[in-house]
Design a binder for this molecule. Structure first.
Ligand code: GLA
Ligand code: ZN
Length: 688
């Protein structure tokens, strides 16, 4: 693997193939005038790079690339495989994917390909290899992007015959014989037993009514499709490395909820992770940044290959971004560990499906736009900050373990235990994100990581809705707590096995001794109903605030755990709601309900204080993030503190210790003022 990209990059996506050549100079010149350092190109240009089968045309792009070099702009280049050209589809219409309804999807948009179609794979390999071979001498390519937003619009899944055949092979490699498959999928239920691999089908909508299909089959089809996507990305990454061993490869992911695949598996095939930031607020952006960083090494920098900077054309209504908003989002990207922000896009396309999507320039290529003026004044400052912190690491002391497989089994249309018990309960929104949001509001850095990682270096680990009780989970959690860790777990911890079958054991399955309790029953609340949690009578002198939960209440049978909070209303009032247990040198806390924001925040302040993790009582919309880089001498590191205000009013944050303003050099201690839609970046030397 090539390793991490170097330095800080700021720029915009640009499509030379959309403009007459006479305009290129003016457009690239506008980027240089703004102080941009990079341009992102090519990710949809297949029909111009290969206008006819096997006939490659790179001359036009050479001219564009040479001009970028003249203007001092480095290039992030995308492979064009997200937009298979018309000639390819006309020749081989079965490249088009088939939907769950059995109907072939039609061309006219993008991402219209089946991953198991060898004609498509060969054509994709061809254009990628020819392009890489042609550009191999260039030294101004700073990163490669494979395809574009893989998995978006449910494009991970295809239900064609080729995919079905590949699914059978994937299952055979996993289970070896059909007897095992039958047993693991529980196919005896409703006579679904198969006698050979050729009887296995991709789970498609069937005569199931409210019950849904076989959950094990759905989950395996999800995994199979996810593996295929990672393989597709990995194949292209490997090809690019042949010609560009020194240029790191990524692929631009979308927000977590808009594409289904296992990010950790794909991350192993690329050099660094990145995602396109179209989030509407900084909380949404934070969560995605922490997921995308966590998918590879929680601490290493990522990129933002697309950053919303103009009205998109896919929202209910499209307000113009306010003064300072883009600058603040960029600073927040840097704060969250992103070493490149590439705006989408330089110019508004005059034609095509997306011509309502704004750009930095006006539609005639002019610079008299609000966003151009904002960037013209902020880019020098963004570069100064970006250059100073590039390559530095995020060192979160808290992790949220969030396994996308477990999550998707619940948040996607897949029928699942959680949804079957409460249609109102969203795994992500009620069991995962409240913890993340609370940590954000407390200014605590956090990695969102998949299950099975080594947890030893985290002071606090939150097991958020980890419904699958895999062997990895039990081993890593047990080791972490025994070794002195502090674990906090939510409802639905460890209920099902890897095949989504209930585990025939008390829950949390395989971990009841770690938590010192088991869940005997679960109650589900109606919309608007709440449950009140209070300290057990007689506990603690100081009046402690009650907590509030919603939607679900686990009824707990304690076996060694100590009650922290008990239910105060509902018919099980007086029974334990939150309990904590010492196991080995650490503690495991079980939270039996879906706490609301105030409650999670209040519970976490206690947990963090016990573990000596610093937190701040931040004003609304203010985010505080840290990165750590080399210091001026070996025994030192430099701590960078970002105070980002995404809100509409000026705020003050009080920090302990003496800091220097990274830009002005001014020495500061105590109260730090941050203007509305702006950020302050501080630094100080710390012992290593
Ligand atoms: C995505 C795509 C871009 C463009 C933008 C529009 O992020 O990657 O090509 O369609 O959305 O918002
Ligand atoms: Zn297919």
């Amino acid at each position: 693997m090539t390793g991490q990209p170097k330095g800080f990059h700021i720029g915009a996506s640009y499509y030379p193939e959309h403009w007459p050549q006479e305009r290129w100079e003016r457009d690239l010149g506008a980027m240089t005038d703004l102080g941009f350092t990079a341009v992102r190109m090519l990710e949809f240009a297949w029909s111009r790079l290969e206008p006819r089968p096997g006939e490659y045309r790179f001359d036009w792009f050479d001219r564009a690339a040479d001009l970028c070099e003249t203007f001092g702009l480095s290039m992030m280049l995308g492979t064009p495989t997200a937009a298979p050209p018309v000639w390819l589809i006309s020749a081989y219409p079965d490249i088009l994917p088939v939907g769950p309804d059995g109907l072939r999807r039609q061309p006219g948009g993008r991402r219209h390909y089946c991953l198991h179609n060898e004609r498509y794979r060969a054509a994709a390999r061809g254009v990628v290899e020819q392009l890489a071979n042609h550009l191999a001498g260039r030294t101004d390519i700073v990163a490669w992007q494979v395809d574009n937003e893989v998995g978006a619009y449910r494009s991970t899944f295809c239900y064609c015959d080729l995919c079905e055949a590949a699914f059978r092979r994937w299952l055979e490699a996993r289970y070896h014989d059909v007897a095992t498959l039958n047993q693991r999928w529980g196919t005896v239920f409703w006579s679904q037993e198969v006698r050979g691999w050729d009887e296995v089908q991709i789970p498609r909508p069937a005569m199931n009514g409210w019950t849904g299909s076989n959950k094990s089959a759905l989950l395996d089809f999800w995994r199979f499709s996810s593996d295929a996507l990672a393989d597709f990305v990995g194949d292209q990454a490997d090809a690019l490395r042949e010609w560009f061993p020194q240029v790191p490869v990524t692929t631009n992911w979308t927000s977590l909820t808009t594409a289904a695949f296992d990010r950790e598996v794909m991350a192993k095939r690329i050099d660094f992770t990145s995602w396109d930031n179209y989030e509407l607020d900084l909380y949404g952006a934070s969560f995605n940044h922490d997921v995308v960083r966590g998918a590879k090494h929680g601490s290493q920098p990522t990129w933002t290959p697309e950053q919303r900077c103009a009205p998109p054309d896919n929202r209910q209504h499209v307000p113009l971004l306010r003064e300072g908003e883009v600058t603040t989002m960029t600073l927040h990207n840097i704060a969250c560990g992103s070493d490149a922000t590439i705006y989408f896009r330089l110019e508004q396309a005059l034609f095509g499906a997306e011509n309502a999507h704004g750009g930095i320039l006006d539609r005639s290529g002019g610079t008299d736009t609000r966003i151009y003026r904002e960037l013209a004044s902020s880019v020098p400052r963004l570069r100064q900050i970006g250059d100073a912190v590039a390559g530095s690491q995020v060192r979160a002391r808290v992790a949220i373990v969030y396994d996308t497989t477990a999550g998707v089994a619940i948040t996607s249309p897949l029928p699942h235990l959680v949804k079957k018990r409460s249609q109102l309960l969203s795994h992500l929104e009620h069991l995962v994100r409240p913890y993340h949001r609370a940590l954000q509001s407390l200014g605590v850095d956090v990695d969102v990581i998949p299950c099975g990682r080594d947890l030893a270096h985290y002071d606090v680990v939150i097991l958020a809705g980890q419904v699958i009780a895999s062997g990895d989970l039990a081993t890593s959690v047990r080791k972490y707590v025994a070794g002195g860790g502090c674990l906090v777990a939510t409802p639905f911890t460890a209920h099902v096995d890897d095949n989504d079958n209930l585990v025939a054991a008390a829950v949390p399955a395989g971990l009841t001794d770690v938590f010192g309790l088991s869940v005997t029953d679960q109650d589900f609340l109606a919309d608007g109903e709440t449950v009140v949690l209070a300290r057990p009578v007689g506990a603690g002198e100081a009046p402690v605030p009650d907590l509030q939960g919603v939607l679900c209440c686990d009824l707990l049978r304690l076996a060694g755990a100590e009650v922290k909070f008990e239910y105060r209303n509902r018919w099980y009032a007086g029974t334990p709601a939150i309990a904590s247990h010492t196991y080995g040198r650490g503690t495991a806390m079980y939270v039996g309900t879906a706490l609301d924001h105030v409650a999670v925040r209040s519970l976490l302040t206690e947990v963090l204080a016990e573990r000596d993790v610093e937190w701040h009582d931040l004003p609304p919309d203010v985010h505080l993030r840290r990165r750590f880089g080399p210091g001026s001498g070996p025994p030192e590191v430099t701590e960078y503190v970002f105070v980002v205000n995404g809100g509409e009013v000026e705020q003050t944050v009080t920090l302990q210790g003496r800091y220097r303003d990274l830009l002005t050099g001014e020495e500061l201690d105590g109260a730090i003022g941050v203007k509305a839609r702006d950020a302050v970046v501080l630094c100080r030397a710390l012992p290593r």
